[in-house]
Design a protein around this ligand. Structure first.
Ligand code: NAD
Length: 254
C-alpha cells in the first residue's frame, strides 16, 4: 500500500469527510482527519487501521482562530509534508437574514468560510515549499444558487466557491490545484438537520427530494468522496479553479 501521499480531511468524523477519509486511506494515502468530534475521529482512525490503512486524528474546533494552523503544523511535523487538503468541516443553520443573529452569522461564517481560509493559508506555504499540492474545498450547490432560509450558509458557501478560484489563480504557478465541489442533498446528519430545522421530516422529504432530481435519488457521502478522489489524483492534473456541482442534476433545471 502506498502511504506516501499525506492527506488532511477536515470534518472527517462524519458524512462526506468520513467517506472521503476512508476512501483515500484505502487508496494508500496517509490520512489526517480533523474534527471537533474526537470520539468520531477515534472510530475513523480505528476503522482505517483495521482495513490496513494509516490514519491520525486531530481534535480541533476549526472555527477558532489558530486551530487550523495548529492542525496543519501538527500534520507536517508528524509526517513531513502535506499533499492534499480536503476542507470539508461545515455546519448549517436555517434562518433568513432578518432572523440571523450576529452570533449565528459569526458561527456559520467562521466554520464554513473562515476555517477554509485559515486552513489554506497554513497549507499553501507547505505545498509551495514541497513543489505542489491539491486543495479541495467542499462548498455546496447553495453556494451557486441559494435556497430558502439559508442566508448565512449560502453566503459562506458562495464565498468558498470564489475563494477556490482566487487560490487557483494565485497558486497554479506553484503547482497547487484548487477546486470546489458543490454537493446538493447528500444523506448525512447535516442534511437531515437542515431539513428538520425548517420543520420538514427527513423521512418524508428525502423521497420528494429524490424525485426532484433527474437521477431520481439523493446523494450518498461516497458519491462525493469518489469525486474528491478523482480531483486529488494526477488524472485531474489539468483541473483547477473548477466548481464541480454534484446534485443528481437538480441544478441543471434551475
Ligand atoms: P456532517 O454533519 O455529517 O459532517 C460535518 C463534520 O464537520 C462533523 O463531523 C462535524 O463535527 C464537523 N465540524 C463541524 N463544525 C466543526 C468545527 N468548528 N471544527 C471541526 N469540525 C467541525 O455533514 P456533511 O453533510 O458530511 O458535510 C460536510 C460538508 O459538506 C460541509 O461543509 C457541508 O456544508 C457540505 N455539504 C453537505 C451537503 C449535504 O447535503 N450533506 C450539501 C452541500 C454541502
Amino acid at each position: 500500500m502506498n502511504t506516501q501521499r499525506v492527506t488532511m480531511v477536515t470534518g472527517a468524523a462524519s458524512g462526506i469527510g468520513c467517506a472521503t477519509a476512508v476512501r483515500l486511506a484505502s487508496r494508500g494515502d496517509t490520512v489526517i482527519g480533523v474534527d471537533r468530534n474526537g470520539e468520531g475521529l477515534d472510530e475513523l482512525v480505528a476503522r482505517i487501521a483495521s482495513a490496513g490503512g494509516v490514519a491520525h486524528g486531530i481534535t480541533a474546533d476549526l472555527s477558532v482562530s489558530g486551530s487550523a494552523k495548529a492542525a496543519v503544523d501538527d500534520a507536517v511535523s508528524r509526517y513531513g509534508r502535506l499533499d492534499v487538503l480536503v476542507s470539508g468541516a461545515g455546519i448549517t443553520r436555517r434562518h433568513t437574514v432578518v432572523d440571523t443573529t450576529d452570533a449565528e452569522w459569526d458561527e456559520v461564517i467562521a466554520t464554513n468560510l473562515t476555517a477554509g481560509f485559515w486552513l489554506a493559508r497554513a497549507a499553501v506555504p507547505v505545498m509551495q515549499e514541497q513543489g505542489g499540492g491539491v486543495i479541495i474545498i467542499v462548498a455546496s450547490v447553495w453556494g451557486i444558487v441559494a435556497g430558502p432560509a439559508v442566508a448565512a450558509y449560502a453566503a459562506a458557501k458562495g464565498g468558498l466557491v470564489n475563494l477556490a478560484r482566487a487560490m487557483a489563480i494565485d497558486h497554479g504557478p506553484d503547482g497547487i490545484r484548487v477546486n470546489a465541489v458543490c454537493p446538493g442533498d447528500v444523506d448525512t446528519p447535516l442534511m437531515r438537520l437542515e431539513m428538520s430545522l425548517v420543520g420538514d421530516d427527513p423521512e418524508a422529504t428525502i423521497p420528494s427530494s429524490a424525485q426532484g432530481r433527474p437521477i431520481g435519488r439523493i446523494g450518498q457521502p461516497e458519491d462525493v468522496a469518489a469525486a474528491i478522489e478523482f480531483l486529488a489524483s494526477d488524472d485531474a492534473g489539468y483541473i483547477t479553479g473548477a466548481t464541480l456541482i454534484m446534485d443528481g442534476g437538480w441544478h441543471a433545471g434551475g
